[in-house]
Design a protein around this ligand. Sequence first.
Ligand SMILES: [Zn+2]
Length: 371
Amino acid sequence: MKFRVIAPDGEARAGVIETGRGLIHTPQFIPVGTVGTVKALSPAELREMGAEIILCNTYHLYLRPGEEVIRRLGGVQRFMGWPGPVLTDSGGFQVYSLSRLRRITSDGVEFRSHIDGSLHFVGPERAMKIQQALGADIIMAFDECTPYPATYEYALNSLRLTTEWARRCRAVHREGQALFGIFQGGTYRDLRLRSLEEIVGIGFDGYAAGGLSVGEPKGLMHEMIHFTGPLMPADRPRYLMGIGDLLDVLEAVEAGYDIFDCVMPTRNARNGTLFTSEGRISIKRTEFKEDPSPLDPECGCYTCRSFSRAYLRHLYLSGEILSMRLNTIHNLTFYMRFFRLMREAVLKGEFRGFKERWKKVLERNFNRESS
Ligand SMILES: [Zn+2]
C-alpha cells in the first residue's frame, strides 16, 4: 500500500491510497458491509455510485461463515463479488458492543457469540490470523475500545493494553496486507497523545483513532478530533473509525483525517431517514403523501431519477423490500457525492467555504410539519 498527499488545504488534505486492488481517493467514505454485504445493495450498484472500498466486520465473518470458509473460497473480496479493496476491522469493537463479554485478560477477550451463545477467545494473535484468512487489503490491530465515560485510571489501563496488543499484532503481521494501528486514550488529551505516540512508535502503515462516538458529547468528540488529527503522522492515512455523521466528518476533514466508515447512511435509509441537498427528510411524513417531486432534485441516482416522494413514502409504509433498496441507493449516492465534492473543494483550496455552506444544510431538517 502506498499513500501520498496531493493537496493540503490548511490541515485538511486530499490524497490517494494505492492498493493492489485499486485506488482510494481521500477524503473517502467506506460503506459498511457488516457480514460481507452492504445491506440491500449489490457490488455493481456500489461501484456505480463511486464506492472505492468496503469495510467488513471480522467479528461477524469469524462467527459466520468462519474465516477458513472464506479463505478456501479465495478471500473476502472474491467471496462477496467485490472487485475493489476491502478493509476489515479487528473485531474488538463488536466483541465489546455485541457479544456477551466474559473476561478481558492481558492475552485477549473471552466472549459469547450473539448468535448462539457459544464461547470464544480472541486476542491479538488470533485477530491477526482471522484477518489474514479473510484476506482484506487493509487490516486493523486488535485494541480495547475505551468506553465513555471512563475514569482516568480505566482509560490509562486500557491504553496500556491496546499498546501491548498492537505490539503483538505487529510481531505476527505478514506482508501483503496493510496493517493499521489504533490509538485510544478516551477523552483525556494527555492519554490520547501518549497512546498515539506509543502506537506510532511501533510503526504501522496507517493510523486510526478509536473510541470516539461512543456516547461522549459532540463538543468533546470534536475537541478530540481537532486535537489528534494534526498530531498524527502526515505521510500515512488517518482513519477516524465509526464516524459518519457528516457534521462530524466536516470537523474531522478540517483536522486532517482521510477515511471514515459508518452505518449511518445505510441504517438511516432502512429507517426512512434520507439525506438531501436541502436537509434531512423523514419519508414517512404525511406531507409527502401526494408529493410528485423527486426525493432530491439535485441527485442523479436511480431513485431520484425514477420515483416520486409519494411512491417512496408508500413503499416505506408498506414495508416493501424495494423501499430499503431505493432508500439505500439514494443515501449512499448522497454520501459518495458529498465526499467527492469535499475532495474537490480541498483540491481547490476551498474547504473552509465548503464546510460553512454544508453545515447550514446538514443542520436543517426540512420536513415542513416539524418547522
Ligand atoms: Zn438520489
